[in-house]
Each structure stands twice: as structure tokens, then as C-alpha cells.
Design a protein around this ligand. Structure first.
Ligand code: COA
Length: 170
């Protein structure tokens, strides 16, 4: 397996990352509830990462700074996209693990996502108790997952998810 390089997403990478999202998720991606949280935010946060091999983009992960019930210190993970021909080789796992580690070091308490519990449970993501955290649109409660980066953090968060003021660049 050739060597993977993981680094922060820079403005020059954005076109390639967005093209990867289009290939991975198709045109329906804009209708997803998680996209509504990210709408109007800066497309790159300090937590976004990509993986490349020999200069070719293989996978990318985005994190958006959010508030939950007005409380900061939380991130929304997504999208995570891996180029189809490189699926199952560990790129996704590495990006999630490094992203969570960076977030922990930066003092983030909670990471939220809408996704597959069987994939994300290995990183400590668990279902959010139904009704506790609300997104700006419908979400299957079985897919609303959170990872505590500080023990007991989930109990401190309740209410509506919104992009953090900083995330919108305003
Ligand atoms: C889902 C996705 C992110 C996984 O990344 P990846 O690099 O292919 O997977 P990794 O190599 O990191 O991990 C492989 C492991 O995850 C498991 N896995 C992959 N997708 C899974 C899923 N949807 N549910 C449960 N497990 C899954 C594999 O079985 C494998 O398990 P193992 O470690 O026990 O062998 C990637 O395939 C992808 O981009 N798919 C299309 C877009 C998507 O669905 N994104 C997720 C929603 S935001």
C-alpha cells in the first residue's frame, strides 16, 4: 500500500474535495439535514482533513463548529468521503481518528454526526437519546450519533444545532 499523507484542507484543495463529495454522495446530498447546518458556513474549518497518495486526493473529512442549544465546544462531523476505488483500505478510519484527536487537543467536548452507527461506533460514537438534540430537519434517530471527547459531555448538551457564529465567518 503506498504511503498516505494526511493534512489540513487548504483553500487550494477545495475544488477537489467538493468534486469528491459529488462523486460519493450524488446530487441528493444537498437535501440532507446535515447540509442545512453547514449552509452559509465557511467551507473549510481548522479541523478539516484530507488524505492523499502521490498528490492525488483519496479521502476528505469535514468538521463544522456548531452550537447545541447555544452552547459551544461541539463539532458536526461530515461529510466523510472516500474515493470509491480506495474504499476499505483504512483512509476513512484514519481521517476520523486524526480528526477526533485534533478536536480533543483543541478542547472540543462533543462531536455530533448523522451516519452509520456500525461504522462510527468503533470511534466511541453512540446514539443520542431521541429528542435531546435537534437538527434543522428530519433525522433518523438511529443515525444521530455523538462522541464525547470529555467524559460526561453529552449530558451538558441539549437543544437545537446551529453553525457556530465563527463558522459562518461573521
Ligand atoms: C463509508 C466510508 C466513509 C468508509 O471509509 P473507508 O475508507 O472505505 O473505510 P475504512 O477502510 O476506514 O474502514 C473499513 C471498515 O469499515 C467498515 N465499514 C465501511 N463502511 C461501513 C458502513 N457503512 N457500516 C459499517 N461498517 C462499515 C468495513 O467493513 C471495515 O471494517 P473492519 O475495519 O472491521 O474491517 C467510505 O466507504 C465512503 O466514503 N463511502 C461513501 C460515502 C459515505 O457513505 N460516507 C459516510 C456518510 S457521511
Amino acid at each position: 500500500m503506498p504511503e498516505i499523507t494526511v493534512h489540513a484542507v487548504e483553500p487550494d484543495d477545495l475544488a477537489d474535495v467538493l468534486a469528491l463529495h459529488a462523486r460519493a454522495f450524488g446530487p441528493g446530498r444537498f437535501a440532507r439535514t446535515a447540509y442545512r447546518v453547514r449552509e452559509g458556513t465557511q467551507p473549510i474549518s481548522r479541523f478539516c482533513l484530507l488524505a492523499e497518495v502521490s498528490g492525488e486526493l483519496m479521502a476528505a473529512i469535514r468538521f463544522t463548529e456548531i452550537t447545541i442549544g447555544g452552547k459551544s465546544g461541539a463539532l458536526l462531523l461530515g461529510p466523510l468521503a472516500v474515493e470509491a476505488k480506495y474504499a476499505g483500505l483504512g483512509y476513512g478510519k484514519r481521517l476520523v481518528a486524526e480528526g477526533l484527536e485534533n478536536a480533543r487537543k483543541a478542547g472540543i467536548s462533543l462531536v455530533l454526526l448523522v451516519g452509520d452507527e456500525p461504522y462510527y461506533s468503533r470511534f466511541g460514537f453512540k446514539r443520542v437519546p431521541p429528542g435531546r438534540i435537534r437538527m434543522p430537519g428530519p433525522v433518523d434517530p438511529a443515525r444521530m450519533l455523538a462522541a464525547e471527547l470529555r467524559e460526561g459531555a453529552l449530558a451538558e448538551y441539549e437543544g437545537q444545532v446551529e453553525a457556530a457564529p465563527d463558522a459562518s465567518g461573521g
